[in-house]
Design a binder for this molecule. Structure first.
Ligand SMILES: *Cc1c(COP(=O)(O)O)cnc(C)c1O
Length: 510
């Protein structure tokens, strides 16, 4: 019997805005030590985190080292630190720091140097150590976000940025980052339709859609549809589909925030077609069906399939949530855009960065007339996606299988073989064993689906040090006193990097 999550995986994946809930969720993933670590290594790191400027000027394990030095040198090593502290311009003149200023920008380097000089002034560093310490404290890049390995066993992890992009999508991002023909027809030299090739790719992927449009995220898609079709009017929606997605995002509140009134029908567990029919009137903007992405109601339940709603005399909008474009054999309960359109929906909305495996965006697929109306609505401009999103979306649709799809298709036997190899490579370094696990889809999708997977089980105490690794943090999950590094969402080519992080952590006394 493989180990089980102690809570429904979808709740774990969707960290709640509420701090207590977040702590609970993070705790489950081995974040349990975070508060303690932040306190311990707090000062420069957290100061930089709240600053509006770029990321932490000082790297974490520089602080770990500092702590040791504080106790070793305070008081005796330097008689009057203030007098011997080097001048800022002299430190900045060091060729290594000059090169860093070219790469990271002078602001970040100055912040690091200022923080390092403070440590010298307070006696934590000797004058001759300042330059080396500043170089060691430089961040890897000008942005604060760091690459991490997702070993949580949640394929689409909300706190880890949902879907990781395919290499093809990353390449497309790099191209689109410069000047690009996003809105220019190079043939005629005239203005072209913005993002036309990405939209064409989406239309090709879902031939049942008469029109397609892309906005910033799933919530934006729903907001635009509601604003355009039901402002000052009613949205008819089943009580059992008034969903909270995560981080305090509630669909009914979103609908009301753009000026629609809710017309709730049915009960928590049951709704019939007649309930919808009776609620429809002059004031109805549309009927909304929402996929309850992150929970399941079982027992005495009923909902009305799209095909039955389609006969009602108002538009039917379906929020399918996770962005499957066609049915997925391993996710039989997850709705997909093609099937829902074929069943008669006028408009389907979905996220691009859940099961589709692309960038954050909101997909809108529907009848040509309806989509054109949405596209021309003034709010559409406020929800418009940037060229990077369009590029990554197109590459996701046209290019090779994205990582999310690859993870969902992985054979548990292969995962167990990988886990055994990783465990073997760690033998003699740290107690490591390969175990079978149950992984989850996550990202607020497929709540009941259990993916057979495998993990490397390590001592629980490694959870925090692995997350704090300087080179490549690894985020696992704590399960019954062990740290599990689940391989379902780790690309096979990243196994050596995972081993390297564990080795570094274990050998530095983690
Ligand atoms: C995830 C989800 C949303 C929100 O989509 P975002 O892309 O996160 O804005 C809306 N509805 C459903 C059913 C979802 O699952």
């Amino acid at each position: 019997m493989p180990p089980r999550y102690s809570r429904p995986a979808s709740r774990l994946a969707e960290a709640d805005g509420n701090r207590t809930r977040l702590a609970e969720v993070l705790g489950h993933y081995g974040f349990e030590d975070r508060a303690r670590h932040q306190t311990r290594y707090a000062s420069p790191h957290s100061a930089a985190t709240v600053a509006t400027g770029p990321r932490p000027a000082v790297r974490q394990n520089a602080h770990v080292g500092d702590e040791v030095r504080v106790s070793g040198t305070t008081g005796d090593a330097v008689a009057d630190p203030r007098r011997s502290t080097p001048r800022t311009d002299r430190v900045l003149a060091d060729p290594r720091l000059q090169a860093a200023a070219d790469r990271l920008g002078p602001r970040i380097v100055k912040q690091v140097v200022a923080a390092t000089l403070d440590r010298c002034r307070s006696g934590q560093l000797r004058a001759e150590e300042v330059v080396d310490a500043a170089v060691a404290a430089l961040p890897d890049g000008a942005a604060g976000m760091r690459r991490v390995l997702n070993a949580t066993g949640v394929v689409v992890h909300t706190n880890l940025g949902r879907a990781p992009l395919s290499a093809a999508a990353v390449e497309a991002l790099a191209v689109a980052a410069g000047a690009t023909d996003v809105e220019l027809d190079l043939g005629s030299g005239a203005r072209g339709r913005r993002g036309r090739s990405a939209l064409a790719a989406l239309a090709e992927a879902v031939p049942d859609a008469g029109g397609v449009h892309v906005v910033n995220n799933g919530a934006a898609a729903l907001a635009l549809a509601t604003c355009a079709l039901a402002q000052g009017r009613e949205v008819v929606v089943a009580r059992g589909e008034l969903v909270e997605i995560g981080d305090g995002f509630r669909i009914p509140e979103l609908l009301e925030s753009v000026g629609a009134r809710l017309r709730e029908v049915g009960t928590t567990n049951r709704v019939r077609r007649e309930d919808y029919a009776a609620a429809i009137g002059e004031d109805t903007g549309f009927v909304l069906k929402v996929h309850p992405s992150n929970f399941r109601v079982t027992g005495f339940t009923s909902s009305v399939p799209v095909a039955e709603l389609a006969g009602l005399p108002v538009p039917v909008v379906v929020d399918i949530g996770s962005g499957l474009l066609a049915p997925h054999p391993r996710l039989p309960d997850e709705p997909d855009a093609a099937s829902v359109l074929r069943a008669g929906a006028d408009l389907v909305t979905a996220s691009g960065d859940k099961l589709l495996g692309g960038p954050q965006c909101g997909l809108m697929l529907g009848t040509a007339e309806l989509v054109e109306r949405l596209r021309r609505h003034p709010l559409a401009r406020a929800l418009r996606v940037d060229k990077l999103t369009l590029a990554a979306l197109e590459a996701t649709l046209r290019g090779p299988e994205p990582p999310v799809a690859a993870a969902l298709a992985t054979d548990a036997i292969l995962l167990l073989e990988r886990a055994r190899r990783v465990a073997a490579e760690l033998s003699g370094v740290v107690p490591a064993t390969a175990v079978e696990t149950v992984a989850a889809v996550g990202g607020g999708g497929a709540p009941g689906v259990e993916l057979a997977s495998a993990a490397v089980a390590l001592p629980e105490r490694l959870a925090a040090p692995l997350r704090l690794d300087e080179v490549l943090p690894v985020v696992g999950r704590v399960d019954r006193g062990r740290l599990l590094l689940d391989l379902v969402a780790v690309a096979p080519e990243d196994d050596p990097a995972l081993v390297a992080t564990v080795r570094r952590t274990a050998s530095s006394g983690g």
